[in-house]
Design a protein around this ligand. Structure first.
Ligand code: GLN
Length: 448
């Protein structure tokens, strides 16, 4: 597959020919179920779009039955930004319903396969975007990351996935899951492409009140030869699988031989991250999903009166995982429990932020696993609690609002990709990309 950088220099004729071939290839690989549907619009370089980002006049459903029939009335800011840089949205990709999940198994459209091995999940919730890029069915894609949904599927499918600092990329036109955690980001074949796409979609936007209103670009200054201080977390990775530990050792070796300084640090027990995240995310989700009442958006199941219409619509429109989270979110916000759960989670979130800040007093980047293992097989994470626990290495980054990039480091003995992430200080995407480029060169995972 050509890279984004290469695609940006193609002529209109070459691009149109490429798009036709791409469409045929997608058709031939239908069983992967990476795309929900494919629309060829505009003349630009085609970018696959997760089904929770609005493209004007396209159906947009967040992988849910409740939004069947809903047509986006406007473009998300990231789509406007793609268009003004010569790129165009090309197909919407499969995802866990309302981005809740780690396997893409909760989509209304059925599961997506991992392109490396069809018995394994592609990860989630941006599993369709990751599978499309991993299978050579997209040059690059957009995903969204609330607690790892860009980085984890990227790691499972052997591609690069980047979550920007909270506020760097406008959330205008993104279907909200947990508004204080969500960020849109690039999913690409390599680090340089991620930097190119990040530059295109990031920047100020008055339509998003949480936008950082910063317009600096990383690509002009990309520099893989900077010598950085990088923290490693020996205790933190103790519970990861041997594959992850092997990849971690390989990455440390590569970073050391590239001249970076490795410094050992510790993080508090990640079990607190899980509690703080699942309380915060479900509380926000319950509020965000209240708008799907059958009146304003998408699907409606009529009842005898208004209340029954609400109940029927929501009972039939939402899947089990979404319902579970609505219940959990209402519980932690209800009077009597609010102080005990929600307020405590916010205090924990603050401690996590401070813990990162303390480490970043001494280092430029942190090297961390993305997931505790390689991509599991379908059905292996059927127990919700087990699935939530598999998020331990990604969610603290969202709770602290930090930028992080997941990249493939090695393949295990079964050929499954193992990804690791680098984490940077808030707004220091430059160092994140510089360090990631250096690591990518050092580990030499191979090209597509
Ligand atoms: N797996 C996490 C969750 O289910 C993260 C999902 C995401 O980042 N959207 O909440």
């Amino acid at each position: 597959m050509i890279t984004l950088k290469e695609a940006l220099s193609l002529s209109k004729e070459e691009l149109n020919k490429f798009k036709k071939e791409l469409q045929t290839k997608i058709e031939e690989n239908k069983s992967l179920n990476a795309y929900i549907d494919v629309m060829n619009v505009g003349d630009g370089v085609p970018i696959a779009i997760k089904d929770n980002i609005q493209v004007k006049d396209w159906s947009v459903t967040s992988g849910s039955k409740i939004l069947q029939g809903y047509i986006a009335p406007y473009n998300a800011t990231v789509i406007e930004k793609l268009k003004s840089s010569g790129l165009s949205p090309f197909g919407r990709t499969n995802m866990d319903e309302f981005a809740m999940g780690s396997t893409t198994e909760s989509s209304y459209y059925g599961k997506t396969q991992n392109p490396v091995n069809a018995e394994h999940v592609p990860g989630g919730s941006s599993g369709g975007s990751a599978a499309a890029v991993g299978a050579g069915l997209a040059i690059a894609a957009l995903g969204s990351d609330t607690g790892g949904s860009i980085r984890q599927p990227a790691a499972y499918c052997g591609i690069v996935g980047m979550k920007p600092t909270y506020g760097r990329v406008s959330r205008y036109g993104l279907g909200a899951y947990a508004s204080s955690l969500d960020q849109i980001g690039p999913m690409t074949q390599n680090v340089e492409d991620a930097a190119i796409l990040y530059d295109i979609i990031s920047g100020s936007d008055t339509k998003d009140s949480t936008n950082a209103m910063m317009d600096d670009k990383v690509v002009p200054n990309l520099n893989a030869t900077r010598k950085l201080k990088i923290a490693v977390l020996p205790k933190y990775i103790e519970n990861a699988s041997q594959d992850i530990k092997d990849a971690y050792a390989k990455a440390i070796e590569a970073l050391e031989s590239a001249g970076h300084t490795i410094i050992e640090k510790e993080m508090m027990d990640a079990k607190y991250d899980i509690s703080a995240y699942y309380i915060t995310a479900t509380a926000e989700a319950t509020t965000n999903l209240a708008r799907y009442d059958g009146i304003r958006y998408g699907n409606r199941v009529d009842g005898k009166n208004l209340e029954e219409t609400y109940i029927n619509t929501r009972s039939e429109g939402f899947g089990d995982e979404v319902k579970r989270r609505i219940l959990l979110g209402n519980f932690v916000l209800s009077s009597g429990y609010y102080e005990a759960y929600y307020v405590k989670a916010q205090k924990t979130r603050h401690i996590i932020k401070e813990e990162y800040a303390k480490i970043f007093n001494d280092v430029d980047l942190i090297l961390s696993p993305v997931a505790p293992s390689v991509a599991p097989k379908f059905g292996e994470l059927a127990n919700p609690m087990q699935m939530y626990l598999s998020d331990i290495y990604t969610i603290s980054v969202n709770l602290a609002g930090l930028p992080a990039l997941s990249l493939p480091v090695m393949k295990n003995k079964d050929g499954l990709p193992v990804g690791l992430q680098l984490i940077a200080k808030p707004y220091d995407e430059q160092t994140l990309f510089d360090g990631s480029l250096s690591l990518e060169k050092g580990v030499n995972y191979g090209v597509f």
